[in-house]
Design a protein. Structure first.
Length: 351
């Protein structure tokens, strides 16, 4: 498959519009076209060791969950390890694509996979994603009433001269027993100022004006983090065993909530893959599950009777790659070879 065809399919699998505003997602390194992709190589972190593995396995495109290029590069030399990744990729004609928070948000993504470590449960996003577009053109909806035809024609004529106005419509209306005409329109933030300035020239019109801020609709089952309700409450010790089994970890870090023990029941668990402090904070639950949290956020949770399980950042993400391989194979109609890195691992270990 051509690189651009593969990238288009990856964007279709998970829309880049779901990424957090601070993130750097999509195609990060592109060899000169034409570039054919026969082997797609999956990794959680693109380290130099993993890059060497990708070269040895003749990868044509690397999908690195974490973006190896995050802060802007001012030069591409052999001096720093991230610059060397770009040099190696281009030397061996390997593209690099990163989804990161896009895969956190999608219903079939990293956080959904992490919920499977809790056992049977239902889950909803902690911070739901919104649709990339408004339900109609414009960011604001404006309505006002006009009481005579002559005045209406003048107002409509001036409004039609404004830019970024859409959905302009008129309807007959009865206001306080009088026949009037209701005018409605959508407009941008910039155009709203001009509409208000126009209407304010007539105090009667201005006082009859209603302005609504349009909201982008929430996307079902999509967003950051998950609040999980277990089908049956289980003890904290049982939940820990399930998590360790799912993540294939011999150890986790645990902070037991104030007034709780290992036998205390867990009914609700809030989770977020990676570094979840900002997503989990303030959520009412029996348990927080994430990769890493600050010391003070752990203390806050414990003081509120919430137990905290920390598994190290990438350990809460990496296991998803096996599921991703199968989903992408189907999505790409089995046209290319997809392999998961064997060298990719969390940099921290118990010594």
């Amino acid at each position: 498959m051509d690189l651009r065809e593969v990238v288009s399919a990856l964007n279709d699998f998970a829309s880049l519009s779901l990424a957090e505003s601070w993130d750097n997602v999509g195609l990060l390194v592109e060899p000169s076209p034409p570039h054919t992709v026969n082997t797609l190589f999956l990794t959680n972190d693109l380290t130099e060791e993993v890059m060497e593995e990708a070269v040895q396995k003749k990868a044509d495109l690397i999908l690195s969950y974490h973006p190896p290029i995050f802060t802007p590069l001012k030069r591409v030399t052999w001096k720093t390890w991230k610059e060397r990744l770009v040099v190696r990729a281009l030397e061996h004609r390997i593209g690099i694509y990163s989804p990161h928070t896009v895969y956190d948000a999608i219903p079939h993504g990293v956080n959904n996979w992490l919920t499977k470590g809790l056992g049977a449960c239902t889950s909803v996003p902690l911070h739901p994603s919104t649709a990339p577009h408004y339900p109609a053109e414009g960011t604001h909806h404006v309505e006002f009433c006009v009481d005579n035809t002559e005045h209406l024609d003048k107002v409509l004529s001036k409004i039609k001269d404004l830019k970024e106005i859409s959905c302009l419509a008129t309807l007959p209306a009865r206001v306080e027993g009088e026949e009037q005409t209701r005018v409605s329109l959508n407009c941008s933030q910039k155009a709203l100022l001009e509409v208000v300035a126009l209407l304010s020239q007539n105090s009667l019109l201005y006082h009859k004006t209603e302005i609504l801020l349009l909201q982008k609709p929430l996307l079902p089952h999509t967003g950051m983090g998950r609040l999980c309700t277990l089908s049956e409450p289980v003890s904290l010790s049982d939940i820990i065993a399930r998590i360790k089994s799912h993540l294939k970890l011999p150890h986790i870090r645990l902070a037991v909530g104030m007034g709780k023990t290992l036998e205390s029941p867990v009914k609700k668990a809030a989770l977020c893959a990676g570094s979840g402090s900002s997503i989990l904070k303030g959520t009412e639950a029996d348990l927080y599950l994430t990769g890493e949290m600050s010391h003070h956020d752990v203390l806050d949770a414990v003081a509120n009777g919430i137990s905290v399980v920390l598994c190290e950042h990438s350990n809460t993400e990496r296991g998803f790659l096996s599921e991703l391989r199968d989903m992408l194979a189907s999505h790409l109609h089995y046209k290319i070879n997809i392999i998961v890195s064997e060298k990719d691992r969390d940099p921290l270990q118990v010594a």
